[in-house]
Design a binder for this molecule. Structure first.
Ligand code: IPM
Ligand code: MG
Length: 370
């Protein structure tokens, strides 16, 4: 049997640094075949477009895709000068649409060693463990848009079929999480049904599916209230399911609960075919090339790839544990709040040491081999 094939798309900014680190970790976990391809600004520079047909085909032919990040000021400047210039983000959107990746899973669970890094008080963040399920191929991102003289429009369209399939992903995920935690499954559906017609269709559809799934506790929340509740009582959420744009915004907010955007992984899945696994953080052009980038979100995305993409749960778990162990040793990349800003160090915790990409990667590798 040939080894699983993984298409690696480093992208821009710190993308190449974190995916290179993840490729080393992958090699320590077993026999995998990797191939590297440009996306985003890197692809614009070499091919004039953010995603070529060849790269999309290579991804489609792989078992899973690992992505770094796309975008940077260089290409933003080109677009500012000429609005028809290609944008790096088009590569990401093209990949999502091209592979039919309608379900974006973003787990938010603060790592125990990093509880103090949250901007919220530890007692408020305590017990937070949620999964944001974001619809990824519909809504405002893919509706008709355009300019007419001095006005512009973007259109939000959702069909029942699109809503049903993302709702099922959320319900199933809630069941799996509930089974392992031995508690009832809980889904919060987020919409703006007091204003938007697409949201009313969303709520109707979710309610109907909820009625057919008595084992899942379903509630509905308006998006503005959800933004508030995420800060007021984050631990009350289990699975959140929402449309594309709301999910984009709420998942960044939820990510910040951990105080460490550099820690959060994501998976984008379709009905069949390879998924795309990527850190939630962006390309961080300000620190690119300095060896300071935090590769842990990419490692955790790799763990999701192993689990969801390849069905290798044992390897996925080993990697997650190695990441936690490196943090428990006190190792911190500069983005993770340094202890000086948090007052006196707690006596039972090891001293924290600020390290770069290389050191923390070596620590995770050592834990894996340990
Ligand atoms: C994300 C990002 C993308 C999005 C951008 C880069 C197009 O913010 O994955 O959340 O808006 O979906
Ligand atoms: Mg976003």
């Amino acid at each position: 049997m040939s080894p699983p094939s993984i298409a690696v798309l480093p992208g821009d900014g710190i993308g190449p640094e974190v995916t290179a680190a993840a490729t080393r970790v992958l090699a320590a976990l077993g026999d995998f075949e990797t191939s590297e391809h440009p996306i985003g600004g890197a692809s614009i520079d070499s091919h004039g477009t953010a995603l070529t047909d060849q790269v999309l085909e290579a991804c489609r032919a792989s078992d899973a895709v690992l992505l770094g990040a796309v975008g940077g000021p260089k290409w933003d400047a080109a677009v500012a000068e000429d609005p028809s210039a290609p944008r790096p983000e088009q590569g990401l959107l093209g990949l999502r649409k091209g592979l039919g990746l309608y379900a974006n899973l973003r787990p938010v669970k603060p790592s125990p060693a990093l509880i103090g890094a949250s901007p919220l008080r530890p007692e408020r963040i305590e017990g937070t463990d949620m999964l944001v399920v974001r619809e990824l191929t519909g809504g405002l991102y893919f509706g008709d848009s355009g300019r007419e003289g001095t006005s512009a429009h973007d259109t939000c369209v959702y069909s029942v079929v699109e809503i049903e399939r993302i709702a099922r992903v959320a319900f199933d995920a809630a069941r799996v999480r509930a089974a392992s935690a031995e508690r009832p499954a809980h889904v919060t559906s987020v919409d703006k049904a007091n204003v938007l017609e697409t949201s009313r269709l969303w709520r109707e559809t979710l309610s109907r599916l909820g009625g057919e799934s008595p084992d899942v506790e379903l509630d509905h929340m308006l998006v503005d209230n959800a933004a508030m509740q995420l800060l007021a009582a984050p631990a009350r959420f289990d699975v959140i399911v929402t449309e594309n744009m709301f999910g984009d915004i709420l998942s960044d907010e939820a990510a910040m609960l951990t105080g460490a955007l550099g820690m959060l992984p994501s998976a984008s899945l379709g009905a069949a075919g390879p998924g795309v696994f990527e850190p939630v953080h962006g390309s961080a052009p300000d620190i690119a090339g300095r060896g300071e980038a935090n590769p842990l979100a990419t490692f955790l995305s790799l763990a999701m790839l192993l689990e969801h993409g390849l069905g290798l749960s044992a390897e996925a778990q080993a990697l997650e544990q190695a990441v936690d162990a490196a943090l428990e040793q006190g190792l911190r990349t500069p983005d993770l709040a340094p202890v000086e800003t948090l007052g006196a160090p707690t006596p039972e915790l090891p001293a924290q040491v600020t390290v770069g990409t290389e050191e923390i990667t070596l620590a995770v590798l050592a834990e894996l081999r340990g």
